[in-house]
Design a protein around this ligand. Structure first.
Ligand code: AQP
Length: 329
């Protein structure tokens, strides 16, 4: 049997090119490689860790589904589902909490960053995020998890947790490995020291942005002093970020991009970058406009995916309970 692969995206707002280059584009390539049994889910339980409006949530969930399908996730090849529809995710997280030292969770960078960002709402869900994420992965015996760099620390914690659990109760969980793209960390367009993040929309370039908006945002994106199109994250973090974006969309290395713009300045490079992004996103945007009109069909895809994922996860949670002595006839 092919190894399983799983990943998810939170329905917290419009997806940006960081989500795309760091994960979604990779999801499609991995799916099409036909090397894996692929599961892609909408991480709606994870999305409750920050303030939200329940009225907006259904639209946000549907938007991630549309984004998946528009980017090329094919329900004939991959199982697409909604996390909250599979009770085993929450059940396993509650179980795994007992084997997750709070000291390890306190060290998580995302917890520390988000605790600062939402100081008035530092909740248990935020603290426990990595345990729920480990559950998401363990339920499907996933060997590979395509994610951006920000999630690598959580996967390391999941591997430790799997080892600890297996040593104590017998082999139950796989130790998942992250799968990173070259564009594993796209930075904000207005601050190259900060990750591009849905919750800081000012520095985002969204997948739905119109060509004129893309041109404008790239034109306004901060650059470094000098004029050379050179990838040097230490001394030229802003232009390095733009080079990585260009390389990501063109499937080229940053060295090739540097060569291409060797005798050109930032202005020429930015113009070409904007047109490259527009061209690359056109098929996605076109497909999304078509799919928006077919939301009933998209919901059917999710319902079918929920059924399939539910069966796999349901079996696994029973196996876990048995290992723990929680099953009596
Ligand atoms: N800037 C980024 N560069 C590369 N990859 C990124 N990812 C997120 N931002 C970047 C990857 O996208 C996937 C989905 O992310 P998510 O929605 O689950 O949550 P996130 O990592 O918290 O993304 P955001 O945009 O920063 O959302 P908010 O602001 O809601 O927290 C993940 O694989 C992630 O690594």
């Amino acid at each position: 049997m092919k190894p399983a692969l799983i990943s998810g995206i939170q329905p917290t707002g419009k997806l940006h090119i960081g989500n795309y280059l760091g994960s979604l584009k990779n999801f499609v390539e991995l799916q099409n490689s036909e090397k894996y049994r692929c599961y892609f889910f909408i991480a709606d339980l994870h999305s409750l860790t920050e303030d939200f409006d329940p009225k907006e949530k259904p639209g946000q969930i549907l938007t991630v589904a549309l984004d998946y399908l528009s980017a090329g996730i094919d329900p004939k090849k991959s199982i697409v589902f909604v996390q909250s529809k599979i009770p085993a995710h929450s059940e396993l997280a509650i179980i795994l909490n007992n084997f997750s030292p709070t000291g390890e969770l306190k060290r998580m960078t995302q917890f520390k960053d988000k605790s600062e960002r939402q100081a008035e709402n530092v909740n248990m869900g935020l603290f426990d995020y990595p345990v729920l994420m480990a559950s998401d992965v363990f339920l499907y015996d996933a060997a590979v998890v395509p994610v951006g760099e920000d999630q690598v620390q959580h996967l390391e914690l999941a591997r430790t947790l799997a080892r600890r659990f297996n040593n104590k109760f017998g082999k139950t969980f796989m130790e998942p490995k992250p799968f990173l793209t070259e564009a594993k960390r796209i930075m904000s367009l207005d601050n190259p020291e900060k990750k591009m993040s849905k919750s800081s929309p000012a520095g985002c370039l969204f997948l739905d942005d119109e060509p004129e908006t893309i041109r404008e945002k790239i034109k306004r994106a901060v650059t470094d002093s000098g004029h050379e199109v050179k990838c040097d994250p230490e001394s030229k973090p802003a232009i390095s970020n733009l080079i990585r974006i260009y390389a990501g969309f063109m499937n080229e290395t940053t060295e090739i991009v540097e060569k291409k713009f060797k005798n050109k300045g930032y202005g020429d490079f930015k113009k070409d970058l904007a047109e490259t992004i527009i061209r690359s996103l056109t098929p996605f945007q076109k497909k999304k406009k078509e799919l928006i009109k077919k939301s009933a069909a998209v919901k059917k895809v999710l319902a079918a995916g929920n059924r399939k994922a539910g069966m796999v996860a349901g079996q696994k949670i029973e196996e876990v309970k048995e290992q723990l002595g929680l099953s009596i006839d």
